[in-house]
Ligand binder design. Structure first.
Ligand code: SF4
Ligand code: SF4
Length: 155
């Protein structure tokens, strides 16, 4: 179906956590952005519809409410206006690496899982959004990951 490349409410009242390092966020951003082609990126979505519920900022994190977007058909998580969703719903935004890093997506979202995988693979489990020091993007782990991705694409 591929309909959910949007998340509601991202642009309103965003307050990034103070502890996150901009440089390190940029490093994960680069990794998230370059590993996938556009179609591969969209295919990551598991269509759970969780990001189509209004979220509230509670205790330094976004928490989904029980309040769905009026265009979400909750019986099957289908967006009824997908082709014109950005016009129909001004708070609906495309899911990008930046959105993933900003913590706007719920746990269980496959984009969040991918970010955690990158953190595990490339930052040895240390969340670069919280760590004080940057690591070299050209480190051996990153090169291994690039080779894995290249193999996956060619195979
Ligand atoms: S318009 Fe609503 S239901 Fe459709 S993708 Fe955006 S937030 Fe989800
Ligand atoms: S929460 Fe993530 S996996 Fe679920 S529909 Fe939204 S973008 Fe897709």
């Amino acid at each position: 179906m591929g309909w959910v490349v949007a998340v509601r409410g991202i642009l309103s009242a965003m307050a990034p956590p103070r502890t996150r390092s901009k440089l390190l966020q940029q490093r994960v951003h680069v990794l998230l952005g370059r590993v996938y082609s556009e179609s591969e990126w969209e295919a990551l979505c598991n269509h759970c519809g969780e990001c189509c519920y209004k979220a509230e900022w509670v205790d330094d994190r976004w928490v989904a409410t029980e309040d769905p977007c009026s265009y979400l058909r909750v019986s099957d998580n289908h967006c009824r206006v997908y082709a014109r969703r950005f016009e129909a719903e001004p708070e609906c935004s495309r899911v990008t690496p930046s959105v993933v890093l900003q913590g706007m997506l719920p746990e269980g979202c496959t984009y969040v899982d991918e970010m955690h995988q990158i953190i595990e693979d490339d930052f040895e489990g240390e969340d670069p959004r919280l760590a004080p020091r940057a690591k070299n993007l050209q480190n051996p782990r990153e090169r291994r990951r690039a080779r894995r991705v290249a193999r996956r694409r060619s195979g």
